[in-house]
Design a binder for this molecule. Structure first.
Ligand SMILES: [Zn+2]
Length: 208
């Protein structure tokens, strides 16, 4: 833990000191990020580092496998949906990016059906992506491709699935239809630092 305390001291003495005006403005006026980024909790996929953004620029929501559940307003504890609601209805972000990534442990567990046995929450959470899993396995198996291909396809399919689930939230659908909000699907290869974007017309991921 000492490395975190040392890191905080360095941050306060350098970055914070050099950007005092920015931090004062943010503290005084509040945040007004234009983008909600939904990414994976994976420690190797840090949105601020990858995209080089300043504090206040990106509203970030991270969870296991960058999933968004379907709109389901009830008394359950919907952490992801609550963060989406805050970003869209209170902050009025103009873009939502769902960022998938290579080597996703959540997707691996889903494909292999391992690692989540006896879990209290992971299995149920990953069930959101069940259709993406089945589709990826069916398509890659029928093409005679190895299991790694199914994992990669599923990582990208979960991005498309999260985008589709976002559209089940009525206040997102309404904003997209009136042009106040746009949704984007990205996938990041953490080994090669390659970024790909979902092309909604072809439903394929293309290099950015
Ligand atoms: Zn992941």
């Amino acid at each position: 833990m000492q490395n975190l305390i040392d890191g905080f001291r360095r941050f306060r003495e350098s970055y914070f000191a050099e950007n005092r005006t920015l931090f004062s403005t943010l503290a005084r006026d509040g945040q007004a990020p234009k983008v909600l980024l939904i990414g994976c909790s994976d420690s190797r996929v840090d949105p601020s580092l990858i995209f080089g953004v300043q504090p206040g620029e990106l509203f970030v929501l991270r969870n296991v496998a960058n999933l968004v559940p379907p709109y389901s307003p009830d008394q359950g504890h919907h952490g992801t949906s609550a963060a989406v609601e805050f970003a869209v209805r209170n902050i009025e972000v103009e873009q939502i990016i769902v960022l998938g990534h290579s080597g996703c442990g959540g997707v691996k567990a889903l494909i292999e059906e391992q690692g989540a046995e006896g879990s209290d929450f992971i299995r149920g959470w990953m069930a959101i992506a069940r259709t993406a899993r089945d589709r990826s396995l069916a398509l890659t198996l029928s093409a005679g491709q190895p299991p790694e291909a199914a994992r990669r396809m599923c990582e990208q399919e979960t991005v498309a699935l999260s985008l589709a689930n976002l559209m089940t939230f009525p206040w997102i659908l309404e904003r997209v239809q009136t042009g106040r909000l746009s949704l984007h699907g990205w996938w990041y290869n953490l080994e090669t630092a390659e970024l790909m974007r979902l092309d909604p017309t072809t439903n394929n991921f293309q290099p950015v």
